[in-house]
Write a protein that binds this ligand. Structure first.
Ligand code: ZN
Length: 361
């Protein structure tokens, strides 16, 4: 016969201090675990460059319509209704019944109990921004443009690079402009040379300490062969930058058409190690390209990994986009490791070129 056990299990040890000791023991494991992750990554990892997406900070990118004027005089409580783009109601005619069931005047009929916006134009301060059809299409299609500056982050610079000082110079950063005009019709906005001597100059901030620097003058998603110069027309060298370490240097761009110039300073931070899961099961890199979900493990030195971040493994010509992440942490937020899944960026995706550029000599 089976008897049920007692309701309360008697313990040999008192509760006093047990929790504290257990917590102390648990805390001890953080350093050990971190070391273990680091050690395993040191053996079984590749060096990567992590580009972290910045959607919340930066300046609005010129690839999207963001300068929509705020709608003034909008009554509180009225939420604007965005019509569906695929609705075909052109032939629809709305007729108000001529009886008084909705109230006596027109305003009451339409809005019932909500304060009415005056769109007649007679109100002194009631400016209502008129959204034309093209504006509407643009604002709805945000990020549908494959932008070479922000890569759909909609903000400039859009991405920062781990252990690097990455700077993107665009129409926001013009220091001097001569013989060149801005093409505001293109998205993102481009610089267009009017005469062969036309130029645009930017004040490039140079970090105090850096190991090397990469530059790229770009026309949207394309990387141009042009080299940045100094005011006297001489080609910019790494020595010029070293002389301006900790300050700024005027850099000139002379080319027919471009949208931005990117500088990446390697700050000498040890390269990030990551374990690419597929590596152990797939020796063939061509097969890795076709895998849809590739697991990646980062060590605790990375403060943040997010969906949309880019992992570049330049030595293997492999570019991954993070899909999903899981932060392994302790109760007190001590980081253990990051376990992510990623997909391979296809050759047609402009983001593959984010880390490309010419080494400054
Ligand atoms: Zn953009």
């Amino acid at each position: 016969m089976i008897k049920r056990g007692p309701a309360n299990v008697k313990r040999n040890h008192a509760r006093n201090f047990i929790q504290k000791q257990a917590q102390a023991r648990m805390d001890e494991t953080v350093a050990a675990y971190n070391n273990q992750v680091q050690n395993s990554l040191a053996v079984n990892a590749v060096q990567v460059v992590l580009y972290q997406v910045e959607r919340m900070i930066g300046r609005p990118c010129s690839c999207c319509k963001t300068d929509v004027r705020p709608v003034q005089g909008m009554a509180a409580g009225v939420t604007p209704t965005i019509p569906q783009r695929d609705r075909t109601n052109e032939d629809l005619e709305i007729q108000f019944q001529d009886d008084d069931i909705f109230g006596s005047d027109m305003d009451d009929m339409i809005f019932n109990d909500v304060k009415v916006i005056d769109v007649s134009g007679s109100a002194p301060s009631g400016v209502v921004a008129v959204t034309t059809e093209t504006d509407f299409m643009d604002s709805v299609g945000q990020g549908s443009v494959n932008c070479g500056i922000c890569y759909r982050a909609l903000k400039q610079p859009g991405y920062k690079a781990y252990g690097m000082h990455r700077k993107v110079y665009t129409h926001y950063d013009i220091e001097r402009i001569e013989g060149t005009h801005m093409d505001h019709t293109s998205m993102p906005h481009a610089f267009e040379q009017e005469s062969p001597d036309g130029f645009v100059s930017f004040k490039v901030t140079v970090p105090k300490y850096f190991v090397s620097a990469i530059y790229s003058i770009r026309e949207d998603t394309y990387i141009l062969r042009e080299k940045p110069t100094l005011a006297d027309g001489k080609i910019l060298t790494i020595e010029d930058l070293r002389r301006h370490a900790g300050s700024a240097i005027d850099v000139y761009v002379k080319t027919e058409r471009f949208t931005h110039i990117v500088f990446e300073f390697d700050l000498g931070v040890p390269r990030l190690n990551a374990n690419i899961g597929g590596e152990t099961t797939t020796l063939d890199y061509d097969r890795l390209q076709t895998m849809s979900d590739i697991p990646i493990v980062f060590g605790p030195e990375v403060s943040d990994v997010n969906e949309g971040d880019i992992v570049c493994i330049p030595e293997r010509n492999l570019f991954l986009k993070i899909r999903d992440k899981e932060r392994k942490i302790m109760q007190d937020q001590a980081r253990l490791e990051w376990v992510c899944t990623a997909r391979v960026l296809q050759p047609t995706e402009p983001l593959r070129a984010i880390s490309k550029g010419y080494k400054l000599r």
